[in-house]
Design a protein around this ligand. Structure first.
Ligand SMILES: Nc1ncnc2c1ncn2[C@@H]1O[C@H](COP(=O)(O)OP(=O)(O)OP(=O)(O)O)[C@@H](O)[C@H]1O
Ligand SMILES: [Mg+2]
Length: 229
C-alpha cells in the first residue's frame, strides 16, 4: 500500500537499539512540495525515522521507497550519491565546516556535485541573499550567531535544489523569533522549488508552516488528521 503520487514512502519500519524499539511498524509518506511536521516527545523515534527515510541508517524491517528506488535495496555508494543529488539536510546545530567561510560552506555541496567554483559561489551568494545573511558571507562558523549559522545551514541544504529536505529541529537552538523566521525562510524556499520537507520540530506554531502534522509516539507514527490520537 503505497500512497498514490507520493515522492517518498515508508512502510512497516522497525528499528531497535537493544530490547526497546525506536521504530515500531512506522509508516510515512510525503508528496512533492509538501511540508510535513514531525512532532512527538523526546526519545519517541523522530530522528530515527528521519534517518531511515534519508537512507542514513538501515531499518531492521520495512521499506523506504523514493521515486523508483527502494533505498534499502541500494548499495552504500548508490545511496550516498542519491543523498548528495536529491536530499538536503539541516540539523539542530548547523554542522557547518568550521574552516570554511559561510559562502564556501554553501558552495560546498554544489562543488561536490561537480559545479565549477565560480558558478558554485555565484549560486551560493544568491542563497545567502535569499536567507538574509549575505553580510556575513566571508565569516567562518565560529564568527556567526546561532541564527546566522542556521540560515547558512538552510542555504547550504537548499543550494543543490534537493527534492526532499530533511530538517531535524533546525530551530531548536534559536530563540522563538529567530526560529520562526528561519522556518518561514526554509519553508518558503522549499515551496518555491517544489521540494518536500520532513521537518522535526518542537515549534508550537508549526501548523503555520506545515501542510500536515504527524506525531511519533513509542516508535509509532500517527497522523493528526486521521484522528487516531
Ligand atoms: N545510536 C543509538 N544507539 C542506541 N540507542 C539509540 C540510538 N539512537 C537512538 N536510540 C534510542 O532510540 C530511541 C529513539 O531515539 P530518537 O533519537 O529517534 O528520538 P527522538 O524522538 O529524535 O528524540 P529527541 O526529541 O530527544 O531528539 C530512544 O530511546 C533512543 O535512546
Ligand atoms: Mg531527535
Amino acid at each position: 500500500m503505497t500512497p498514490e503520487g507520493s515522492l517518498l514512502a515508508a512502510e512497516g519500519l522497525c528499528k531497535a537499539y537493544g530490547p526497546t524499539p525506536a521504530l515500531d511498524d512506522a509508516d510515512f509518506s510525503i508528496h512533492p512540495g509538501e511540508v510535513v511536521a514531525v512532532m512527538g516527545p523526546s526519545g519517541s523515534g523522530k530522528s530515527t525515522l528521519l534517518h531511515c527515510l534519508a537512507g542514513i541508517i538501515a531499518p531492521d524491517a520495512g521499506t523506504v521507497r523514493y521515486g523508483p528506488y527502494e533505498l534499502t535495496g541500494l548499495g552504500d555508494a548508490q545511496r550516498s550519491a542519491l543523498r548528495r543529488s536529491d536530499f538536503g539536510f539541516v540539523f539542530q546545530f548547523g554542522q557547518l565546516v568550521p574552516e570554511l567561510t559561510a559562502l564556501e560552506n554553501v558552495a560546498l555541496p554544489l562543488r561536490l556535485n561537480g559545479t565549477k567554483r565560480k558558478e558554485a559561489e555565484r549560486q551560493a551568494q544568491e542563497w545567502l541573499e535569499r536567507l538574509e545573511v549575505e553580510a556575513v558571507s566571508g565569516q567562518r562558523p565560529g564568527e556567526l550567531s546561532g541564527g546566522q549559522g542556521q540560515r547558512i545551514a538552510v542555504a547550504r541544504a537548499l543550494a543543490t535544489r534537493p527534492r526532499v529536505i530533511f530538517a531535524d529541529e533546525p530551530t531548536g537552538a534559536l530563540d522563538s523569533l529567530n526560529g520562526e523566521r528561519v522556518l518561514t525562510l526554509l519553508t518558503d524556499a522549499a515551496r518555491d522549488t517544489s521540494a518536500a520537507v520532513v521537518l522535526v520540530t518542537h515549534e508550537s506554531r508549526v501548523a503555520a508552516y506545515s501542510d500536515r502534522e504527524i506525531v511519533v509516539r513509542d516508535g509509532k507514527v500517527k497522523d493528526m488528521l486521521a484522528g487516531l490520537i
